[in-house]
Design a protein around this ligand. Structure first.
Ligand code: 4AD
Ligand code: MG
Length: 480
């Protein structure tokens, strides 16, 4: 007989039919009631076994043992479930030594402990919910762009460029470490390397996406990106996934509209398709918040927060306005900020969080940042006062997360772009291919990057980015 998924049994009120179910035992009560989970949904299926079941089999029904059950779906007598399976036969597929099983050894394992056993944490309710939501968000992202006629462009993972110019790249090489070929001046001769030049893992697919947008009008990338920034925070990964749409003929306002529609669409998708998971995560958060002092607890529950975001327009302010708000704030006047505020600073997360959580209390799009703190490719604003040059940048800041999206309108004017690259010591000759788009049929265009894990954090209410990617890569950590 074909296996039936637990989700399909529970979702359906029908009874009196035979099934085969397979999964892992979550608990076993009174030598009679098995809570069985196969990952297809949050809830367990209750399996009732015959009291005359072979004692040898009963002994092997331990937590996380894998079993196969043949039985009949019947209305449940007990509380908590409408239907249950009355087993007619049970087969142990894989024993689990409960005395050694790491998840069994701790009563309420902490998220930190579970991070150390990330190879097993999928089997907990929390991580089951988180990774089902992560899946749904990824699927919704493709659906959103597909519905709008975007072309999914696979940009390279190995590149020779540093798109963000921040110098935080991981080198890719096949040269021997101990004795690499050298130039006369002693530097490493990368002409001898695998690609015949110095290469690194990509920090962003944007530059290549721009090339695609100049032919397809609308493209997006969705792939892994890598940054060797040594920030051991709850918001940074060395390997993370980014979604980067790039659209010809869009200006900054159209770019903001797209980003807002996009974020709302994928949140709505999760609410529609992962209700049970989100209800569980909402409850989890309530429990977690109980550990915090009253004044630090969030005012809204998780689902309530997501619905609030859907139903309200994101606030849009310029960087200059944002700085003014900070300078006028009680927090600034009472010297509550650790870092100083003045026009030109790269806002710290305390500043971003003040704007989002205290001042506007909703997602905020900050635009027109100082050119000096942004990447070379952003479109230079016209008519700026000397020393106050800004660019058509947009960052979206989300409550509890901070920056979730970074994007801009791009500098499509060749001379302006070249001048800026020269100022920032970005090699224009090597990047001829990028500049060619500005030489051959250039148009205004814009795009942005959404940090996928930060989005998953926002939707699941988890607080550490290591808990929303299956196998986190962070400084000094690449286990599993
Ligand atoms: O703001 P960033 O650096 O923008 C870019 O890379 C542009 N090329 C995007 C574009 O315009 N196409 O990164 C975009 C987003 C950030 O807003 C953040 O959400 C996420 O990527 N991000 C990280 N997420 C996890 N760990 C890190 N170390 C991250 N760095 C950036
Ligand atoms: Mg950014």
């Amino acid at each position: 007989m074909q296996r039936t998924k637990i989700k399909d049994i529970l979702r359906n009120d029908a009874t009196d039919y035979e099934v085969v179910v397979k999964g892992w035992v979550r608990s076993f009560r009174n030598n009679q009631f098995i809570a069985l989970n196969d990952g297809s949904c949050m809830n367990n299926l209750q399996v009732v076994i015959d009291l005359n079941t072979d004692a040898d089999i009963v002994k092997r029904i331990t937590s996380s043992a894998a079993i196969s059950v043949h039985g009949k779906v019947m209305p449940s007598q007990g509380k908590g479930q409408k239907v249950e399976v009355i087993a007619s036969s049970i087969e142990i597929l894989g024993d689990c030594d409960a005395e050694k099983y790491p998840l069994q050894l701790k009563n309420k394992p902490s998220l930190e402990y579970l991070r150390e056993i990330a190879h097993l944490r999928f089997r907990t309710n929390t991580f089951g919910a988180v990774f089902r939501v992560r899946h749904s968000l990824a699927f919704a992202i493709h659906q959103f762009f597909n519905e709008r006629g975007f072309v999914y462009l696979h940009t390279p993972i190995v590149t020779a460029s540093d798109a963000e110019g921040a110098g935080e790249t991981f080198r890719v090489t096949s040269l021997p470490f101990d004795n690499p070929p050298r130039n006369e001046d002693g530097s490493v001769d990368f002409r001898e390397d695998f690609f015949g030049r110095s290469t690194n893992l990509t920090v962003s697919g944007q530059l290549e996406a721009e090339l695609g947008a100049m032919a397809f009008s609308e493209v997006y990338t969705f792939g892994p990106t890598f940054r060797a920034e040594n920030s051991n925070t709850a918001r940074h990964l060395a390997e993370f996934w980014m979604i980067e749409p790039e659209v010809a003929f869009n200006d900054l306002v159209a770019n903001m509209d797209l980003a807002e529609d996009f974020i709302k669409y994928i949140i709505q998708y999760a609410l529609d398709h992962n209700r049970e998971d989100l209800e569980f995560l909402t409850q989890r958060l309530v429990e977690e918040e109980k550990q915090k002092p009253q004044n630090e607890r969030s005012e809204m529950g998780l689902i309530e927060k997501l619905e609030f975001v859907l139903n309200n327009k994101f606030e849009r302010v310029t960087y200059t306005e944002a700085i003014d708000i900070l300078l006028q704030s009680p927090a600034y006047k009472k010297k509550k900020f650790q870092y100083d505020v003045s026009w030109g600073i790269d806002m710290q997360s305390e500043h971003e969080r003040y704007l989002v959580e205290k001042h506007f209390k909703k997602p905020v799009i900050v635009t027109n940042y100082p050119a000096a703190i942004k990447a070379f490719y952003m479109r230079q604003d016209d008519g700026c006062a000397p020393g106050k040059e800004t660019v058509a940048a947009m960052d979206i800041l989300a409550p509890g997360i901070g920056e979730i999206v970074g994007g801009s309108q791009r500098e499509e004017r060749l001379e302006r772009l070249e001048r800026r690259m020269n100022e920032m010591h970005i090699p224009t000759e090597e990047m001829y291919w990028y500049l060619d788009t500005r030489r051959f049929g250039t148009v205004p265009h814009a795009g942005f990057g959404l940090g996928f894990e930060r989005m998953v954090l926002f939707v699941t209410g988890m607080t550490n980015i290591r808990d929303v990617i299956p196998f986190p890569r962070t400084p000094k950590n690449a286990e599993f």
